[in-house]
Design a protein around this ligand. Structure first.
Ligand code: ATP
Ligand code: MG
Length: 263
């Protein structure tokens, strides 16, 4: 039997009353019933240019503005590039690095052994000593491809998530999509061992390009399941949680994800 409106509201209220960590994006928080549940590991999966790094920076900057200590691990982009990207949105990271509220680390994949040790041993120590409440790994795809076979990859990712969970930090990973299976991450593993998945998608129609975000899963909370439009502006990402995705006037078009799930 379908849930009554009253039951749905009660569940939403209960999930809202649990501690939430803002994603830094009001519209996305609304889709999630108030933000990321504290202590969750969330993966933002999307193609290149969908705004994964922007989302990650916005999440971290929100924490910094609220006085939290944050850690940002970049696996591909150099630190200077991350700082400039943030500055292009008006977010001054240098100020927080100087105040020791932000640790911005670049992991060098040419030295796999050292990179793996830094994640396994140094990261938990850093989280503890830094008192960090938010963590970003951009991107988890590049972290996982350090390991050459799928079994080792799975072991390392599950191990990483166990460590992160133990630390109680709220983590956001970014992940590239699999070109053969675009609704999944490139490694095909991370979505199963994480608590939440955000799917960022660009959809091209004859007239224009639409960007949409969908919450595929978010454990222990009620959330919106419809793809909602978003934009990347000079102030960061804006999500429109009450809007549908329209491709042409008068016609509301579900995202490819919605078609798959809603039939
Ligand atoms: N300062 C800015 N103002 C407005 N839009 C911006 C700004 N900086 C970037 N963008 C937009 O965001 C897009 C890139 O976003 P971002 O780098 O977050 O994507 P990504 O998913 O991390 O890409 P990749 O997979 O290549 O790492 C750009 O292509 C541009 O459209
Ligand atoms: Mg990026």
């Amino acid at each position: 039997m379908a849930d009554s409106r009253c039951q749905i509201l009660e569940r939403l209220y209960k999930s809202k009353s649990k501690e939430r960590i803002s994603s830094g994006i009001n519209g996305l928080d609304e889709m999630l019933g108030g933000g990321f549940p504290a202590g969750h590991i969330i993966v933002a999966i999307g193609d290149t240019g969908t705004g994964k790094t922007t989302l990650a920076l916005q999440y971290i900057y929100d924490g910094l503005c609220k006085g939290e200590s944050c850690i940002y691990i970049s696996i591909e982009e150099e630190i200077e590039s991350i700082i400039s990207t943030a500055a292009s949105f008006g977010w001054d990271l240098n100020n927080y690095i100087e105040k020791k509220k932000l640790e911005l680390l670049k992991l060098d994949l040419s030295d796999i052994k050292n990179a793996a040790r830094r994640i396994k041993v140094d990261l938990p120590e850093l989280i503890k000593s830094f008192g960090a409440s938010r963590l970003v790994i951009d991107s988890i795809t590049l972290f996982s491809i350090m390991f050459d076979n799928s079994i080792e990859r799975r072991i390392r990712l599950v191990d990483l998530n166990k460590t992160i969970k133990k630390m109680g930090i709220t983590a956001l990973y970014t992940s590239e999509t699999d070109t053969k299976n675009p609704f999944h991450s490139k490694d095909g593993i991370i979505e199963y061992s994480s608590d939440g998945i955000l799917f960022l998608q660009q959809s091209e129609s004859a007239r224009n390009m639409k960007m949409m975000v969908r919450v595929i899963k978010m454990r222990r909370t009620v959330h919106d399941r419809i793809s909602r439009p978003y934009e990347i502006t000079e102030k960061g990402i804006i999500v429109y949680p009450m809007e549908m995705v329209y491709h042409s006037e008068g016609e509301d078009v579900y995202g490819e994800m919605d078609k798959k799930f809603l039939g």
